[in-house]
Every structure is written in structure tokens, then in C-alpha cells.
Design a protein around this ligand. Structure first.
Ligand SMILES: [Zn+2]
Ligand SMILES: [Zn+2]
Length: 186
């Protein structure tokens, strides 16, 4: 499937958003305060976002939870229902833009949308296109033990099982190999 620059950005943003959620009671929330949210908005170059408040923070956390459910969905129908709710609640105003030197692409968030609605509309539509293309299964959760991070599998044969952070995937095997060698070397 064709993945344009802006879709790619929206995917990166939604994956990072879902992965800011604390995994359990002992890990910190990646969006612990308004400053963390401001940092998130800046690092993902979200356009047209104004001053942020506690209200924005709690709204974004709610949207984050719903996106997490999309990645955890067992089938396309469940994912579609969740995405429909997210996008409908956000309200959308599709419009063409070529801001900041990017090629023409469509923004979905309504003018003046809150940051939560902005995320729900644009990231929701990016995920919607995966469902439309029959590619929903590319929206994954890492299979490494103790890691349930979200990621989008953009490999040709949809074969990725692990996220690319921490000790997942190949690094799991490398770590096991090194541990064995160390033990053998005594
Ligand atoms: Zn844009
Ligand atoms: Zn992982």
C-alpha cells in the first residue's frame, strides 16, 4: 500500500502516543504533565496546536486509551468501530494543505481543534486507511515477553513480531547468546 509522508507521520505519532502509556503501576506515564504533552506535540511537529492545559492532557490520555484498543483489536470490525467513534467524536474538516514545504496532503482535524481532537482525527484517519486497504493486521503489539509496545509493521510480508526498542526481537537473541557465552567462559 502507498504510504505518504503525512500518513507516515501520523502513524509514528499514534504509535508513540500509545507507547507513552504506563505499562503497569510501577512505570511512569510518558505524558505525566502538560510539559510532557507540549514536548510530545513539538517533537511530532504537530501543526496548529495552541496553548495546552490540564484539560488537554486528560483528553489526550483518553484518546490514547482508545487508540491502544485499536492496536489490541482482534479483528477489522472491532478496529473499524473504534476508529469510527474516535473520528466522529473529534469532528473532521478534510482540507488540502502544503504547509512547511510538504507536498499536497489532506489534514482532517477541524480548524481550531483541540490537540486531542487533532490526534483523534488525523491519526484515526491514518489507521482507517489500513483497515480500508485490508492491512489492519499491520497494527501490532510487540510479542516479546514483558513488552506490549505498539508498532506498525511496514515490512513487505508483514512478518515483524517485535518492536524496535529495548531488548526485543533480534536483541533478545543476541542477549541470550551473549549470556550463554559468558557462562561458558566462566
Ligand atoms: Zn500536514
Ligand atoms: Zn518490544
Amino acid at each position: 500500500m502507498l504510504i505518504t509522508h503525512d500518513t507516515r507521520c501520523a502513524l509514528d505519532t499514534v504509535v508513540d502516543l500509545v507507547n507513552t502509556a504506563p505499562e503497569d503501576d510501577t512505570t511512569p506515564d510518558g505524558l505525566a504533565d502538560v510539559a510532557a504533552l507540549e514536548n510530545f506535540v513539538r517533537s511530532h511537529e504537530m501543526s496548529d496546536v495552541g496553548a495546552l492545559s490540564e484539560f488537554d492532557l486528560s483528553a489526550v490520555r483518553q484518546v490514547r486509551e482508545r487508540f491502544a484498543a485499536v492496536f489490541a483489536a482482534d479483528d477489522a470490525r472491532t478496529a473499524a468501530g473504534l476508529i469510527n467513534e474516535l473520528v466522529a467524536a473529534a469532528g473532521t474538516t478534510p482540507r488540502l494543505t502544503d504547509h512547511d514545504g510538504y507536498d499536497w496532503h489532506v489534514h482532517y482535524f477541524a480548524p481550531g481543534a483541540s490537540v486531542a481532537d487533532h490526534l483523534a482525527a488525523d491519526c484515526g484517519m491514518a489507521l482507517a486507511f489500513f483497515v480500508v486497504a485490508g492491512e489492519r493486521e499491520r497494527l501490532r503489539r510487540c510479542e516479546a515477553p514483558d513488552c506490549r509496545r505498539a508498532f506498525v509493521d511496514l515490512s513487505r510480508n508483514r512478518s515483524r513480531r517485535y518492536c524496535d526498542s529495548r531488548t526485543c526481537g533480534n536483541r533478545l537473541h543476541v542477549a541470550a547468546y551473549r549470556a550463554r557465552r559468558k557462562e561458558a567462559a566462566g
